[in-house]
Design a protein around this ligand. Structure first.
Ligand code: C2E
Ligand code: MG
Ligand code: MG
Length: 630
């Protein structure tokens, strides 16, 4: 009988094939695995004499197998697990992964993880992720993915790289941990920390943060921002009479109205009680314009918050007091700014309530003057305080060809007001539309009167049309209606447009010009050279005339640059087959220079100042044989 150690004997009982594996202990106590084969040895007569044994140390393989078993168990953990090959093709997913994503294993295997991408992260995100994986052998972070249902969810993703002995990447293992719940909780915490529970508006903390950001941006780009304190007048009385629930309903409605008054990027916050704050950003780099924009928003808020509220079955009227302060950069601390707006708000309360006050009194007086001008302008339109003056347009040697009509405001207290002092306000308030219409109407009516008299029958009238007026969708129809109602000859009407009109939607401008031109109306491009003119547009506009701006004419005799510009405009007009007229001609030297340069038509004090109708008609009767006026 062969001598077999007791433990081998025991092992032999389980013998299935040739090899048996034994867990052995070395003399030094360390454990190893032995794979042994047993070959029976027989003598010449075929009698069994023993075993020939050979053994191999298989400790490494046994360990690898154990690790695989552990890995398999780990893979089937509660975390979503996904294994891909080196080119990111999914080889295996666990049950948790299919539960998280909603896809079955069959649907996933063979695909790439792109299948579950949410589209919320850009290329740069994934590029940085892969860069990290290559550099460090793994990546961990929060990723938004998309379930099969289409729902986008947040998850914590850890990716590990598996390499073979040569260091070549063979697999990627990704562990997905759905963190929707945690995210929701975080959101909720954020909501509690940064938002007012009643209205859902940002609270003081978030407001201060946003104001800080806006101030930082403002110190970078120089643009103004504004802070507005809004307090509801007599809110306490509502609470006391109708109860706090009604008070809450009002506050919610106020919050909605305020939010509707501002643009994206502005902030409406509630500090508590009936105190709201609005932060405006990006109001431009000019203080007066920023103040005007802030006032426009404050006005809108005042109007909107004055509309009746429906509190259950009660129709309720509430008014606000508004304090405004402007800021630029970070020169004033946030808390100081809040105090300024608060102070201004108290001044609004002290004044009469239901009103707006600026922190800066100088700003306020500018605003008050602005508001007064707007009021006066409306009244002026109603009370027909505008008049037209006529300035002669002259060709060659004092031949009067027509007039430009220039509007003046005969103010009952201030006397004659010039257009530069009220046209900008008229444009801002939209009052330029009725005013411009009146000018057109009056000028066309005059053309008809003149048509009946031999000495004025050939005169043209040039009417200034503001960009806003021209951009009205029905501008063409308006002009045609005026021509029809007054019976004016369209051939005698010339509309003066400015280059500002060409900044946007040139196609629309061309279309309108073509339509009017087809009826005989002429066009002159006013103040030419001072604004934006693309030569390619110029070629396409159906213009009749370029008008050299008076700023070039003023020094045309003494300043070589102005002389060059004037000559260039004249040459340009000639090459485009347009007529050209110079405005602001004040001296014979200017006229002579322009005449020599090829400009055949003029307008300016040298010939006549803009004068009332009677004076202009006298001029027509007397003829322009000698320069009138200065
Ligand atoms: P504009 O159309 O360029 O008008 C020419 C301005 O130059 C007029 O100023 C005129 O009085 C002035 N002017 C004429 N000759 C001379 C001169 O020899 N020297 C100098 N220094 N100035 C001269 P005004 O009347 O104050 O009008 C200013 C601007 O107001 C006009 O510039 C025009 O843009 C606008 N405007 C006037 N009336 C109307 C109107 O009815 N509608 C619109 N939309 N704008 C108008
Ligand atoms: Mg003009
Ligand atoms: Mg002009």
């Amino acid at each position: 009988m062969p001598r077999v150690a007791p433990e081998l004997k025991k092992g032999l009982q389980g013998l299935r094939g040739d090899d048996l594996e034994f867990r052995c202990v070395r003399k030094d106590g360390s454990v190893f695995w032995l794979s042994a084969s047993w070959v029976p040895i027989k003598d010449a007569k075929g009698v069994f004499t023993g075993f020939r044994t050979s053994g191999r140390d298989v400790t490494d393989r046994k360990q690898a197998e154990a690790e695989l078993r552990i890995a398999a168990v780990a893979f089937d953990s509660l975390e979503g697990m996904m294994m891909t090959d080196a080119s990111s093709v999914i080889l295996r997913v666990n049950k948790a992964f299919t539960e998280i994503t909603g896809y079955s294993a069959e649907e996933l295997v063979g695909q790439t993880p792109r299948l579950i991408q949410s589209g919320r992260h850009g290329k740069d995100f994934y590029r940085a992720m892969w860069e990290d994986i290559r550099r460090t052998g793994g990546w961990q972070g929060e990723v938004w993915n998309r379930r099969k249902s289409g729902e986008v969810y947040p998850q914590l993703l850890s990716i590990s790289v598996v390499k073979d002995l040569d260091g070549t990447v063979t697999h990627y293992i990704a562990a997905h941990h759905d963190i929707s719940d945690r995210k929701n909780a975080e959101e909720r915490i954020k909501e509690l920390a940064f938002f007012d529970q009643l209205t859902g508006l940002p609270n003081r903390t978030l407001l201060l943060d946003r104001v800080g950001q806006t101030m930082a941006a403002s110190s970078r780009d120089g643009s103004f921002g504004a802070l507005m304190f809004i307090d509801l007048d007599n809110f306490k009385m509502l609470n006391d009479t109708l109860g706090h629930d009604m008070g809450d309903v009002l506050l919610k409605q106020v919050a909605q109205r305020l939010s509707a008054c501002v643009r994206d990027g502005d902030t409406v916050a509630r500090l508590g009680g009936d105190e709201f704050v609005v932060k405006l950003a990006g109001l431009g780099t000019v203080a007066a314009e920023a103040a005007a924009s802030a006032e426009t928003v404050a006005d809108k808020i005042l109007t909107d918050l004055n509309q009746t509220y429906q509190l259950g079955s009660v129709a309720y009227h509430s008014t606000p007091s508004i304090g405004v302060t402007l800021f630029n950069g970070q020169s004033v601390a946030i808390e100081e700014l809040m105090k300024q707006a608060d102070l201004a708000m108290y001044r609004a309360k002290a004044a009469s309530r239901n009103t707006i006050r600026f922190f800066d009194p100088a700003m306020e007086s500018v605003m008050m003057a602005h508001a007064a001008l707007e009021r006066d302008l409306r009244q002026a339109l109603e009370e027909h305080q505008f008049v037209l003056h006529y300035q002669a347009q002259v060709a060659g040697d004092y031949h009067l060809t027509g007039a430009e009509v220039l509007v003046r405001w005969q103010h009952p207290e201030r006397g004659m007001v010039w257009p530069d002092d009220f046209i900008p306000a008229a444009e801002e308030t939209g009052l330029i539309l009725p005013l411009g219409h009146w000018v057109l109407q009056t000028a066309c009516a005059q053309l008809t009167v003149w048509a009946a008299r031999p000495e004025t029958a050939d005169l043209t009238v040039a009417v200034n049309v503001s960009a806003q007026q021209f951009r009205q969708p029905d501008f063409v129809a308006q002009v045609l209606a005026v021509l029809a109602s007054t019976g004016a000859n369209p051939q005698r009407l010339k509309l003066e447009l400015t280059e500002s009109l060409l900044v946007s939607n040139v196609e629309d401008v061309i279309e309108k010009m073509v339509a009017l031109k087809a009826q005989g109306v002429g066009f002159s491009l006013d103040d030419f050279g001072t604004g934006f003119s693309s030569l390619s547009y110029l070629k396409r506009l159906p213009l009749d005339q370029l008008k050299i701006d008076k700023s070039f004419v003023r020094d045309v005799v003494t300043d070589p640059n102005d002389a060059a510009i004037a000559k260039t405009i004249i040459a340009l007009a000639q090459s485009l087959a347009l007529s050209v007229i110079a405005e602001g001609v004040e001296t014979s030297a200017q006229r002579d220079f322009l005449a020599q340069a090829g400009c055949p038509a003029y307008q300016g004090y040298f010939f006549s100042r803009p004068v009332p109708l009677e004076d202009f008609e006298q001029l027509c009767a007397a003829g322009l044989s000698a320069p009138a006026g200065v």
